[in-house]
Design a protein around this ligand. Structure first.
Ligand code: FVH
Length: 288
């Protein structure tokens, strides 16, 4: 086993899982967290606890950062620019493409390589086959550290634009939150009659399985810029039917606020003369 020295800054639920995975893989792990007590379970497993973030950065060429947000990353790293040179920072903190690009430029100014990452897993999934992590930044840095990074889950490299991983991370999360929004509305509706959400849930899961390939077909229409071919469920019909969600919500005494924005866009698209097309064409209204 090719053991490496790796430092992890941030030991929240995710940072602790990442550090634990590195330890399990046999790496020499130095950890730092603002609340020092969170390091204790990892120290018991063999990690070294650094007193300061600077000490943790100095301890390893590879420094994994997993904090709440970019503000906290800035607060933790900014005072230690003098120790960054020669390090590779892998920032797995959720953020925006713009934040990632800005941080890549900032790291370069201080002599560090910068890889941005988006973790597509929850902490218990880390180091299991279900986890994957998006990376972007210099390919050389990615190739150098890929074997270590693979410990977290399958590494998927998206190219040298530091913002690419954050962009696709947010895109995937937006798909997830769309499902969550729809499911929460569904549960509220079922519960409004005193129905059992537990009994209903398998039916909802089965129904959503049928949507699994929808993005692939939709993407073909978007790339072709054509929403009028082979339409089986036209937008005008869907927009009319969608209105029933609001009437039913009123009848059942629940709020339909999670669904309203989509309906407004559907109606605008119909008003613009696209009622005979597919719902996918709504994407055209999201351009700014
Ligand atoms: N947990 C998850 O399901 C998701 C999965 C996908 C990736 N996300 C992102 O990972 C980042 C960290 O998330 P987390 O789950 O570890 O979050 P927390 O358990 O809340 O831990 C937050 C850590 O950040 C530290 N922290 C916060 N503010 C500051 C600050 N101003 N200065 C220094 N450290 C700060 C906090 O320290 P402490 O409260 O323990 O002292 C924790 O270490 C995140 O971007 C997710 O979006 C997770």
């Amino acid at each position: 086993m090719n053991q490496k020295a790796v430092s992890v800054l941030g030991l929240g639920d995710m940072g602790a899982a990442l550090a634990g995975a590195l330890l399990a893989a046999g790496h020499r792990v130095t950890v730092w967290n603002r609340t020092a007590a969170k390091a204790e379970p990892l120290v018991a497993r063999g990690a070294t606890s650094a007193d300061t973030a600077a000490d943790a950065i100095v301890a390893s060429e590879l420094v994994v950062v997993c904090l709440l947000d970019y503000d906290s990353v800035g607060q933790v790293l900014a005072p230690h620019t003098d120790v960054l040179a020669g390090r590779t920072l892998v920032n797995l903190t959720n953020g925006t493409p713009g934040q990632a690009r800005e941080m890549a430029a900032w790291a370069a100014d201080h002599g560090a390589d910068y890889l941005d990452g988006g973790i597509m897993a929850v902490p218990p999934m880390i180091a299991t086959p279900s986890a994957f992590v998006l990376y972007s930044g210099p390919s050389g840095a990615f190739e150098t550290w890929r074997t270590v990074l693979d410990v977290f889950g399958e590494s998927r490299y998206l190219g040298d634009d530091a913002g690419a991983a954050a962009l696709q991370d947010l895109a995937l999360l937006s798909g997830m939150y769309g499902v969550i929004a729809g499911a929460l509305h569904a549960f509220a509706l079922v519960r409004s009659t005193g129905g059992s959400t537990r009994e209903f849930a398998p039916l909802l899961s089965e129904w959503l399985q049928g949507m699994v390939t929808w993005p692939v077909a939709a993407a073909e229409q978007i790339d072709a810029g054509d929403y009028g071919e082979n339409v089986v469920s036209n937008l005008g019909m869907q927009a009319a039917g969608f209105a029933n969600h609001f009437i039913a919500a009123e009848e059942q005494g629940i709020s339909a606020e999670l669904l309203r924005p989509l309906h407004e866009l559907m109606q605008r698209r119909v008003a613009d003369g696209h009622g005979h097309e597919d719902v996918v064409g709504v994407v055209e209204l999201l351009k700014r």
